[in-house]
Write a protein that binds this ligand. Structure first.
Ligand code: PMP
Length: 353
């Protein structure tokens, strides 16, 4: 075999707690999924012998109607991860850069590495807010900027005015990843979908069925953007990227948005109870606007020790960031079922001094 392309040779396979901890009895509060398994494959399914609609138009129409945009402003994908990958491959030219704040979602770098383009970062401030000047300073020679709002793993939102200022100042694309957007919607945070509706030409908004809709298993995400951007993405995507079962289930879930909205309120309320409980135990908490929160254990207890004790004694898995600067001392906790949340609180009560 010939040597691999350099960018491919250095790629690392994606690792999750799912691949490291197989078997029964684990309590996963590490991947920001919904703990409420209310989504189900609908009873009446289309025949499976035919390929799916290549552009998932029934879904696009339903989502477009809700947001007051056109079908041509939307594309459906095999999870928003597929869109992150397609966006970099479509819009970042060879020798140019992809930018993002750090810490943020790990797939942005993987997409840039896979495409063989440089990835540059601007550090978030100490309170995890976006530093606009630091970002502008890395945008020279960049074609695309990812902004995650609410941000994974910090939960912080990027203010609408910052996005508008950056969109006016930057000639490349601004991709606002709103994977946790439904949680922010419920707390009155404005979505950047409004900017697309008002005609912003370089803003792309990503959303997913994996979090608030409790359907990470079907792999369905979408983006909202100017029609010319969608047109280019559609040319690059694989022909049948969203399968028949996913299209049917997604449409059913979309029609039952009220169930999603009720669950979102329930999860936000549970996040507040969990975060409050952790604070009472002496942890510092960064509550954020998503279905997770960051916590710093009290003085004298390391994030590593607390993480290991939770795994070993209670089979509870939360997320640790040993290799992310400024995050080494923090744990990210995804809100679980009421039962798991209680178990989490009673476990850390026993583990903390
Ligand atoms: N963006 C962010 C910020 C995420 O946290 C995730 C999931 N971890 C994704 C995108 C990917 O979501 P999907 O399941 O739609 O591929």
């Amino acid at each position: 075999m010939n040597p691999l392309p350099l960018n491919v040779a250095s790629l690392q396979a994606y690792q999750s707690a799912r691949s490291l901890r197989k078997g029964e009895g684990w309590i996963f509060m590490d991947a920001n999924e919904s703990p409420l398994a209310y989504a189900a494959v609908p009873a009446a399914l289309p025949p499976l012998n035919r390929y799916p609609d290549p552009t998932a138009d029934a879904l696009r129409d339903a989502v477009a109607e809700y947001y007051g945009v056109r079908r041509g402003n939307l594309m459906m994908a095999n999870g928003s991860d597929e869109l992150i990958d397609l966006l970099v491959r479509c819009f970042v030219r060879s020798g140019r850069k992809t930018a993002a704040p750090t810490p943020s979602y790990g797939m942005y770098r993987i997409a840039a590495d896979s495409a063989g383009v440089d990835f540059v970062v601007a550090r978030l401030r100490a309170d995890f807010s976006v530093d606009e000047n630091a970002l502008r300073a890395v945008l020279d020679n960049a074609d695309l900027l990812f902004l995650c709002s609410p941000n994974n793993p910090t939960g912080t939102v990027v203010p609408r005015e910052s996005i508008e200022r950056l969109s006016a100042a930057f000639s490349g694309l601004i991709v606002v990843d709103e994977a946790y957007g439904e949680f922010a919607d419920a707390e009155g945070v404005p979505s950047s979908i409004e900017l697309v509706r008002r005609g912003a030409e370089n803003v792309v908004v990503l959303r997913t069925f994996s979090k608030a809709f409790a359907a990470a298993g079907i792999r369905l995400g979408y983006c909202v953007a100017d029609e010319r951007i969608i047109d280019i993405l559609l040319r690059m995507k694989p022909p049948y990227n969203v399968n028949v079962l996913t299209q049917a289930t997604g449409l059913d879930l979309w029609r039952r948005r009220d169930a999603m909205e009720r669950n979102v309120c329930e999860l936000i309320a549970a996040r507040k109870v969990l975060a409050g409980g952790c604070e009472r135990l002496g942890c510092s908490v960064f509550p954020g606007r998503a279905n997770f929160f960051l916590l710093r254990p009290p003085k004298g207890v390391s994030a590593q020790t607390l993480h290991e004790s939770l795994v070993e004694n209670y089979r509870i898995v939360v997320r640790r960031f040993p290799n992310v600067p400024k995050m080494e001392d923090l744990l990210r906790v995804s809100v679980g079922t009421p039962e798991h949340n209680e178990l989490f609180l009673s476990s850390i009560t026993k583990l903390l001094p």
